[in-house]
Write a protein that binds this ligand. Sequence first.
Ligand SMILES: *Cc1c(COP(=O)(O)O)cnc(C)c1O
Length: 386
Amino acid sequence: MNQEPIPFNRPHAAGRETEFLREAVSSGYLSGNGRFGRKCSSWLAEHVGARAAFMTPSCTAALEMAMILAEVKPGDEVVMPSFTFVSCANAVALRGGVPVFVDVDEGTLNLDPDAVAAAITERTKAVIVVHYAGVGAEVERLASICEERGVLLVEDAAHCIHASRNGRPLGSFGAMATFSFHETKNVQCGEGGALVVNDERVLARAEIIQEKGTNRSVFLRGQADKYTWVDVGSSFLMSDIAAAFLWAQMLDAELVTQRRRALWDRYQEAFGPLADAGIVRLPTVPPECRHNAHIYALRLADTDTRDAFIAELSEQGIHSVFHYVPLHLSPAGQTLGRTAGPLLVTETESARLVRLPLYAELGSDIERVIAAATTAVRGLDRQFAA
Ligand SMILES: *Cc1c(COP(=O)(O)O)cnc(C)c1O
């Protein structure tokens, strides 16, 4: 190999991270909800148009907060896609609840609202909808199904900074939404997340749960003369060290989204002829969705073709990856969860999906990825069967 390898992801550096870190250090305040933490949470709440945003150590932690706030108790059920990250299911299982896995739409790989409606029982406490790749799920329909059945809607908006549906930011539709600032996400601080609250009714309790189950926030505002243990909770706070880093990224988010969109569009244009030839399937973005180019994923003929494709790219020094292993087929998913309805789309599509390198600094290296991917797919010459 005579060319530089192309990684799957390279965390974006906005430039002002070290400046803000130095500021945080000299301020002498490094724990949660500090100066930078408050800047980040205001930015996010404004971005989503939410009541409040709580900065957390991860999206995983935010999902755990959401399931405490949804009052998931042992035996309660939470409906979610099987095609998602483990944290959705863990958050439910940690409360003693049962994740109920349903299928997704073939085009967007987002929750199928009919499958959700059919999966809701009298034990259902919540529905977790994931907006895969920052492409909005049919969240208006999901919201009305949830409202009708008295179930809370939670958006896993881990992929969703700068993404909207029908002009409304993703993360603004559910009672709550969770965001991730993991280094693999568009806007990042290594490890980080947030819980966004839209429903006034969970706001006061969210504050308590984030502060280890104490009313410390009320105390800090001078609304109580001491603080004490009042509820369950944990340390769901992002340190101001991470927040200082994240603030630099938030200020740069517009540029990151623009760059990623341009790269995504280039992939989509370049692979058009392969899709026309019936050997790949391109990502689908419904016209009502404005996405943020978080993921570029192709679908190939089958698993063998996908695996051979990944190996061929790897020979050219290009790192491509796949996800998600369907949760209903995982060892923990089989013992801790259950399925509702067939999961044919999940099983078929997850087995032949491949994600290509996509990061703000990819630049003209994208042409190398396109050339290698085109050669690989043409060489494998396997027809895509819908
Ligand atoms: C990344 C991701 C998470 C977990 O995010 P962390 O911040 O790493 O905990 C959860 N859900 C989805 C859909 C994700 O992509």
